[in-house]
Design a protein around this ligand. Sequence first.
Ligand SMILES: Nc1nc2c(ncn2[C@@H]2O[C@H](COP(=O)(O)OP(=O)(O)OP(=O)(O)O)[C@@H](O)[C@H]2O)c(=O)[nH]1
Ligand SMILES: C=C(OP(=O)(O)O)C(=O)O
Length: 223
Amino acid sequence: MEVVGQTDLVVVRKWTVVIPVKRLGSAKTRLRGAVPADRHPELALAMVRDTVAAVLATPSVAGLVVVTDDPAVAVAVRRLGARVAPDPGDGLNGAMRHGADEVAGLATHRAVLTGDLPALRPEQLDEALGRVAGRAFVPDAAGTGTVLLAVPPGEPLRPLFGPHSARAHAGSGATALTGDWPGLRQDVDTAADLGTVLGLGAGRRTCELLRDLGLTAACTSAA
Ligand SMILES: Nc1nc2c(ncn2[C@@H]2O[C@H](COP(=O)(O)OP(=O)(O)OP(=O)(O)O)[C@@H](O)[C@H]2O)c(=O)[nH]1
Ligand SMILES: C=C(OP(=O)(O)O)C(=O)O
């Protein structure tokens, strides 16, 4: 844990964030058709890069582990400052458990995030992490899924991502955190979600790709 002090501000960088990322060739199948097929992997990667950039710009975040077997994802996220861990090949929850409990380690504050949050803002993630006391999760914008699951030191992650994961996480005793965090809560599973993040202000990489494709006129985000 690193404490960065200034005269009137102390920032405690205590969270290790973990993001699992599928191989780009099989990623975001429900989003297929939103952009031409040959640009689909680029879109999936742009969303990962925007998510990673926002996480690494969050003051309370000490480090980021991306769990992936995709070589292009590994190169891109390392360039942004993340560490990369290999995917154990045990699905989404296995990748999260590996990153959080084995790579980051039980002794740290850990938070897992999905890699499809291109409108994520550091201040929203900071505020959400600041509200974590005990094992806690942030439901997605629809209220049924989960975008973030966090645990304090000593506690195993016990991720239950998948269909209706908000209910599963609440049922397993995790506290639901809700706040005015539209960028954090808006994951992108469908073309409609992509339209929503453009309205919120998608990150630079996602927005530039969509502008290149003529799907948006302007990029409002500076991130
Ligand atoms: N490392 C790893 N990441 C995964 C795996 N399955 C899903 N993910 C990641 O988990 C996050 C949330 O997954 P989803 O939103 O379901 O994304 P997805 O599986 O690409 O989307 P669909 O194909 O539409 O289901 C994304 O960052 C995915 O890349 C897996 O088996 N291993
Ligand atoms: C993996 C999840 O959802 P989705 O794939 O619908 O984003 C989840 O919310 O647990």
